[in-house]
Design a protein around this ligand. Structure first.
Ligand SMILES: NC(=O)c1ccc[n+]([C@@H]2O[C@H](COP(=O)([O-])OP(=O)(O)OC[C@H]3O[C@@H](n4cnc5c(N)ncnc54)[C@H](OP(=O)(O)O)[C@@H]3O)[C@@H](O)[C@H]2O)c1
Length: 236
């Protein structure tokens, strides 16, 4: 059976992935701090194949205890495993020197520490990489990993660090044809994250107008469209 693990399924791109994969007959493991009523209903209806795991990704001390992949993954029944590291926060936006200390810590927890811990725990599952299971990891990154955006020090740094982590992981497995790791830049899209970007008007963020214009000019694709393109490009 194909197993798909997604973080951050409550909105935007993660929700679009949820909608796609919940329609297929795959084992779906969703890691998020909240679930939408229809997701809970679907999980009740298809409890044998849809697991919702509630966790706040800021809670890095408890994350691997709460998300115990060794217990959650029926290794002997899996032939393909997809891990989509999607959850992220763009905040804090603003000038370094004026950032809220707690928000800095949270950004690193959600965007850096949590995915690194989850990925490390996943690759520690006994028999996973030594079997014939096809493993694909998609790290949902951003153009901000490679391009500085004034006011986004935390987000740019986290995405750059994430890409390097998954590049090193890719190198670890480059002699294995069952494991593939990709950094994926989804491009801008019309989600809650873009709303937060547009509303960052009282902080140092010189390029805010660019994002406001993208929305006003109808240049933000839907997360559904982006999810379909990612699946076509990386998962087929
Ligand atoms: N939108 C864009 O234009 C854009 C462009 C480039 C890259 N990306 C990347 O695409 C991915 C998806 O972003 P999106 O635009 O779909 O953003 P989004 O709509 O804000 O969704 C982010 C998801 O992450 C979850 N999340 C945030 N903090 C969390 C926490 N502490 N614990 C658990 N879950 C948490 C959110 O949950 P809540 O709903 O509970 O907050 C939500 O489900 C991200 O990696 C983002 O960096 C987005």
């Amino acid at each position: 059976m194909k197993t798909v693990i997604i973080t951050g399924t409550s909105s935007g791109l993660g929700q679009a992935f949820f909608d796609m994969f919940s329609r297929e007959s795959v084992h779906l493991l969703c890691i998020a701090r909240r679930f939408l009523p229809y997701q809970e209903e679907l999980a009740r209806e298809h409890h044998e194949r849809i697991n919702l795991i509630p966790i706040d990704l800021r809670d890095v001390e408890r994350i691997t205890a709460k998300v115990d992949f060794t217990k959650l993954l029926p290794i002997d029944e899996i032939d393909e495993l997809i891990f989509i590291n999607n959850a992220a926060v763009v905040e804090p936006i603003g000038a370094v020197g004026q950032l809220d200390q707690e928000k800095i810590i949270e950004a690193v927890q959600v965007n850096v520490t949590a995915p690194f811990l989850l990925t490390n725990a996943l690759f520690a599952v006994p028999k996973l990489v030594d079997s014939n299971i096809k493993i694909k990891v998609l790290n949902i990154s951003s153009g901000a990993a490679k391009r500085t955006i004034d006011g986004w020090a935390l987000y740019c740094a986290a995405k750059a660090g994430g890409e390097m982590f998954y590049d090193v992981l890719a190198e670890q497995y480059n002699n294995t044809n069952t494991v593939s790791i990709h950094n994926v830049n989804p491009g801008v899209m019309d989600t809650q994250m873009q709303e937060k970007i547009r509303s960052a008007n009282n902080v140092h963020f010189p390029n805010r107008d660019r994002f406001v214009n993208l929305k006003n000019e109808g240049q933000l694709p839907s997360p559904q469209e982006v999810a379909q393109n990612i699946v076509k490009k990386f998962l087929n």
